[in-house]
Design a protein around this ligand. Structure first.
Ligand code: SF4
Length: 697
């Protein structure tokens, strides 16, 4: 006989969570009461009772005291019950299933927005009563399409469902409600655990001879599950536990499918499987016995063969103890999630442990997820501790399920998707994005824009760039010019600055011409040096500093005094708006040699100079570049000089005395004769002084 166990049979995550909360409360100590049976399963309730969790029907039944507390079961309660429990000073452990809580929130929000509310469900079910409570008890509960059709027309209608109801029926009701409201908002609040359980039951029933649905008769979802199974046409038995298995139910059955409601614990499923194995073995022994006892009655050959076939099938198809354990482990993993996530799903989780090389995440069920360090970030990081802390809520992508039920997760892939989505939007909108240049590659630069993008060399500026290395480490703005999202080969993002740079230049140029005036002094940067001068970037526009305007003295070549990149002050000499030309001067801002000479030299000073030119009336002597003085022929010697060349020659360095300065005429009078006179007088004086010293001795 083949036994098929539905992989998501038994406790759903909401019930498992509620039982866990109750067991933890029992461990904590004190007196704990569950408001109503914690789950619709007497066996589970009895088990919890044995641990000290007492079910009561009303808060009034609880003996109030410091150590008393109430556990709200997975069905939830109306808000006023929580309020009353607080007022009584009871401890509260809220085990309302998060999916049911979501229905409460939807209903409260719809009510706040003025919607009439319809709940599809069983009016007497505690979950529905709680939902109604969250609508200020104004919600209408309907259980069928017929009831839906009887509703009156309203303006605004909100529709939700009890979480364990049938989805097809829900949509049929929604269809019936559509004509009855001007505006209708529909929330499919049917729990996917229920939906999946029903779907799996249908799948395993295919070709089966018998379906066994395990669950308490009070359980709504078990009843729905049993109805679904009956609808498949396969004989269906709804059993509370192993004790209810009819002794002869497996006779003539070659395949049995087993499923269980959301409030059925694992141990009941296991007991049923064990009991069925026993029945099967007993049946087989009886058949074998019959074969031995009645060889003449039955066609011995045929019966023996038939029995062997049955035995073989039983051995191969009925799960061994070990296999069943495995099946349970897998089933637990499946049941642990509200919606068992599949590969590629993005889910939210809470970080529960952080190590350098991995992060453990609670993804909402019994199974835990692991994010290895390599899946933590798009950037290289040394430790996961740099990125997350315990308690952080993060989004992760499911990569795969491991055999032990652990889920391998990736945060990096979620980050990558987010970044790609954003970049895709930026590309479509033509937005400007920011990124940091991280390195060079053949033909361009690599830029970190949340992920690595390529910037071709021809798009770095609006002209040719010789040295790309200068951009490394700089954060700049870009536009995306190519965006190819490709899962297999990796997405390709190509950037450009060309257009942005040109736009910025135009803006600066416009601003420049609006503000520039002749006579201004501006700070500029030497961009380019040519033989006849240098082009100076004035922040938006370039002006020419001619070589003749660089210094007061003659400059042989601009590179003698300037280097590319130098920052210098320049004077706006002339502007040609039409031709967009700017002439600059540097020397206008420098002191003239005469101004310097005026401060530096005084009448009577004896200085050194170089003979630069000889004339019939004397010799011109350069004191500083651009500052020449004249030694008249009469001042050349203390004897009569026929020709200046008799005393000095060009390029000769000589000592001269400044005998006059005329700033207005820019003339300096010099004398060689007076230097010589002074020197002679000094020598005579020195000689006399020495004589005197000798006489004293
Ligand atoms: S069936 Fe769904 S909604 Fe109900 S308790 Fe279980 S998980 Fe929650």
């Amino acid at each position: 006989m083949q036994t098929r166990l539905a992989r998501n049979a038994g406790f759903c995550a909401g019930v498992r969570r509620a039982v866990k909360i109750a067991e933890e409360a029992a461990d904590e100590g004190g007196r704990w009461y569950s408001l109503g049976p914690l789950v619709h399963n007497d066996a589970v309730v009895d088990n919890l009772k044995a641990k000290g969790i007492i079910p009561v029907n009303r808060l009034e039944d609880i003996q109030v005291g410091e150590d008393a507390g109430v556990i709200i079961r997975s069905h939830g309660v109306p808000p006023e019950i929580i309020e009353q429990a607080r007022e009584k000073g009871l401890g509260i452990k809220d085990a309302t299933c998060p999916l049911v809580k979501r229905v409460h929130e939807i209903v409260a929000s719809l009510r706040g927005e003025g919607y009439e509310i319809v709940v599809y469900g069983d009016g007497g079910h505690p979950e529905v009563q709680a939902i109604k409570g969250w609508s200020d008890n104004q919600a209408r509960v309907i259980a069928s399409v017929d009831e839906a059709c009887q509703l009156q027309v309203v303006d605004k209608l909100g529709v939700v469902s009890q979480t364990t109801k049938d989805e097809e029926e829900f949509y049929a009701i929604v269809d019936a409600l559509l004509p009855l409201a001007k505006e209708i908002r529909v929330f499919n609040t049917i729990c996917s655990a229920t939906r999946k359980r029903q779907q799996t039951a249908r799948e395993i029933s295919l070709g089966a001879d018998l379906i066994v649905v395990l669950g308490d008769p009070k359980s709504s979802n078990t009843a729905t599950l049993a109805r679904e199974c009956k609808n498949t046409g396969v004989k269906t038995l709804q059993l509370r536990d192993a004790s209810e298995i009819p002794a002869n139910c497996l006779q003539g059955v070659s395949t049995v499918a087993i499923t269980a409601g959301a409030s059925t614990p694992d141990w009941i499923i296991k007991e049923v499987l064990d009991r069925m194995t026993e029945f099967e073995e007993k049946n087989q022994q009886e058949l074998e016995q019959e074969t031995i006892n009645e060889p003449e009655i039955n066609s011995g050959q045929e019966k023996t063969i038939g029995n062997e076939a049955v035995t073989e099938e039983a051995i191969t198809q009925l799960a061994s103890e070990e296999e069943r354990e495995e099946s349970f482990a897998k089933m637990e993993a499946e049941m642990a999630d509200f919606e068992t996530p599949s590969r590629g799903d993005i889910i939210k989780g809470t970080v529960i442990q952080v190590q350098d090389d991995e992060v453990m995440v609670d993804v909402g069920g019994k199974s835990e997820g692991i994010i290895p360090l390599r899946e933590m970030s798009l950037k290289d990081i040394n430790s996961a501790k740099d990125l997350v802390d315990v308690g952080d809520e993060i989004e992760v992508m499911v990569l795969k399920w491991d055999d032990d039920g652990t889920i391998l997760l990736s945060k990096k892939k979620v980050d990558s998707q987010k970044v790609l989505n954003k970049l895709g939007e930026d590309f479509n909108a033509g937005s400007i994005i920011e990124g940091t240049v991280t390195g060079t590659v053949k033909g361009g630069l690599l830029v970190d824009v949340g992920m690595v993008a390529f910037l071709p060399a021809s798009h770095v500026e609006d002209g040719y760039v010789k040295n790309l290395d200068q951009y490394i480490g700089r954060t700049l703005q870009f536009k995306i010019i190519e965006f190819n999202r490709n899962k297999r080969r990796g997405s390709q993002i190509v950037l450009s600055r060309k257009e942005l740079v040109a736009e910025e230049k135009n803006r600066l140029k416009k601003e420049f011409w609006e503000n520039i005036e002749e006579g201004q002094t501006r700070l500029g940067r030497v961009r380019r040096i040519v033989d006849y001068g240098a082009f100076i970037d004035l922040g938006g526009f370039e002006g020419l500093l001619h070589v003749s305007e660089m210094e007061h003295r003659r400059v042989e070549h601009p590179s003698d005094i300037l280097n590319e990149g130098d920052e210098i002050d320049v004077y706006i000499l002339a502007l040609d708006h039409e031709k967009e030309r700017v002439s600059l001067s540097r020397k206008k801002l420098l002191k003239s040699p005469w101004e310097i000479a005026q401060e530096k030299y005084h009448e009577g000073d004896i200085v050194e100079g170089t003979v630069v030119r000889i004339a019939p009336f004397g010799a011109f002597v350069e004191l500083d570049p651009g500052v020449d003085g004249l030694v008249h022929i009469s001042q050349m010697a203390n004897y009569r000089v026929e020709k200046p060349e008799d005393v000095v020659s060009v390029n000769e360095k000589i000592k001269i005395k400044i005998i006059s300065i005329d700033p207005e005429q820019k003339r300096i009078g010099l004398s060689i004769k007076q230097v010589q006179d002074e020197e002679e007088a000094n020598e005579v004086q020195q000689y006399l002084d020495e004589q005197e010293d000798e006489n004293i001795e």
